[in-house]
Design a binder for this molecule. Structure first.
Ligand code: ADP
Ligand code: MG
Length: 255
């Protein structure tokens, strides 16, 4: 079986300043790949490039193959079919992705109806409640009418995860999903993502600056330094037998 996602020689530049240099990696169906590297190493640029969400000033070259389609040359209409449907994404700061003046139930419903036009109100309601239950949001029947600010930071991340999963994506990109949360909540969200990984048939690209976090969920880890992947190995191998000096440095500084 070919991998679900194959990235070959991806390079990204902003206004002709290169930030990602010729990186290659693949993610198999059902697999979680961790992408770790310090702030500014190009992790977010890479994840946004996969969905073609980079700003106009970005030049992207290489090949990105997802389910046998080349995402870099696919017409925009085809890309819209993937975004939020077969490929979903969650970010570091849930407040940015949520509309502060729209009820949470409506926002989750819109994530669904965007890809399922013409569904009945009943079906939509059922899907929304199911999605909220799946991420353990309490009292969904009542809380669909609340606004984002009425939820805690961890609950807001759960809302975004519900929106990401409602269309049953094949790939979930999680870019620093726990970084903005305090430590106990971080662990809860990480546990939720681990559970989702077990119960949903999906692949994940899990991005973090924190190798300790990544290693808890990833099958394999890619280590990024200054726009390059300097090492890519199964998580255990990386810990047992790191090859690159930068990986050793990351391991030495992990708690
Ligand atoms: P990471 O997610 O690993 O912290 P980023 O991918 O956000 O790193 O950033 C990689 C580099 O690209 C940084 O030097 C950053 O300043 C630069 N960069 C990111 N987005 C833009 C943009 N829209 N315009 C110009 N430079 C950018
Ligand atoms: Mg980032």
């Amino acid at each position: 079986m070919p991998p679900l996602l194959q990235v070959e020689n991806l390079s990204i530049a902003f206004n002709n300043t290169p930030v990602v240099h010729n990186i290659s990696f693949a993610i198999n169906a059902g697999e979680t790949l961790g992408l770790v590297g310090e702030s500014g190493s190009g992790k977010s640029a890479t994840s946004l490039a996969l969905l073609r969400l980079l700003s106009q000033s970005a030049q992207t070259t290489g090949n990105i193959t997802f389910s046998n389609e080349n995402l870099l040359t696919l017409p925009e209409e085809g890309m819209r079919r993937h975004r939020g449907r077969s490929i979903a994404m969650i970010f570091q700061e849930p407040m940015i992705a949520l509309n502060p003046v729209m009820k949470v139930g409506t926002q989750i419903a819109e994530a669904y109806t965007a890809h399922h036009p013409g569904e009945s109100r009943n079906m939509i309601k059922t899907k929304v409640l199911e999605a909220m239950l799946a991420v353990a949001l309490p009292e969904p029947e009542r809380r669909v009418y609340d606004y984002p600010h009425q939820f805690s930071g961890g609950q807001r991340q759960r809302i975004l995860i519900a929106m990401a999963l409602i269309n049953r994506p094949q790939l979930l990109i999680a870019d620093e999903p726990t970084t903005a949360l305090d430590v106990t909540v971080q662990a809860q969200i990480l546990n939720l993502l681990k559970e989702i990984r077990r119960t949903h048939d999906l692949a994940m690209l899990f991005i973090s600056h924190d190798l300790a976090v990544v290693s808890q969920i990833a099958d394999r880890v890619a280590v990024m330094q200054k726009g390059r992947i300097v090492e890519l190995a199964p998580t255990e191998t990386l810990f047992r037998n790191p090859q690159h000096p930068y990986t050793r440095k990351l391991l030495a500084s992990a708690p």
